[in-house]
Design a protein around this ligand. Structure first.
Ligand SMILES: Cc1cc2nc3c(=O)[nH]c(=O)nc-3n(C[C@H](O)[C@H](O)[C@H](O)COP(=O)(O)O)c2cc1C
Length: 171
């Protein structure tokens, strides 16, 4: 038997989406925002997108800038992930508040985050208004990862933080 779900609650059936730290530079200001709405939109060209709600301070910066960066954190900086997902760049310098170190990007104006094992530099290609989020899609033009990076350690979030579970094999 299946239980009928209100459409607005149906997406609670997912167990997690990738947690990333989006960074952006616009009008003399750097900001970092915790995002779980992050998805690949194409592999060739490599397009990555993030969804940002209109009330976020980051929205104006993502709209104003021609680029952004996506940084993948792990559990060792969970405290910083939470700070960047609770405080606003309107009120505080979140790099300072979360103890994150800015690294200069190769190809974009957005700063990278040194403490994140993976950094992807994206040049904006699409801006799509959906319902209650605006999706910013960008072409990855440069990327780096720590030599010993293990994707299994990346964080997922949907109500609670997780890392991925066991591998499933079968025909
Ligand atoms: C785990 C997590 C995931 C989040 N995902 C998103 C997201 O995908 N899109 C979004 O707009 N806000 C998301 N948020 C909320 C923003 O990170 C939060 O409102 C932040 O304080 C906005 O910062 P800003 O005002 O500097 O832009 C998330 C927060 C957390 C803790």
């Amino acid at each position: 038997m299946k239980i009928k779900l209100p459409p607005a609650d149906a997406q609670d059936a997912f167990s997690g989406f990738p947690v990333v730290l989006g960074t952006v530079h616009h009008d003399g200001k750097d900001n970092v925002i915790t995002l779980a709405l992050c998805h690949a939109f194409s592999f060739s060209p490599p397009l990555l997108g993030v969804g940002i709600a209109p009330e976020r301070f980051s929205l104006g910066l993502f709209k104003g800038s021609k680029d952004f960066a996506i940084n993948i954190p792990d559990a060792s900086i969970l405290r910083a992930v939470k700070i960047c997902g609770a405080k606003s760049g309107r009120d505080v310098d979140k790099f300072e508040a979360a103890g994150l170190t800015k690294e200069k990007a190769e190809a974009v104006t957005a700063p990278l985050i040194e403490e994140c094992p993976v950094n992807m530099e994206c040049v904006k290609t699409h801006e799509i208004e959906t319902g209650d989020h605006v999706w910013f899609i960008g072409k990855i033009v440069a990327a780096r990862r720590r030599e010993d990076y293990d994707p299994k350690k990346m964080l997922l979030y949907w109500g609670e933080y997780r890392t991925i579970g066991e591998q499933v094999k079968g025909k």
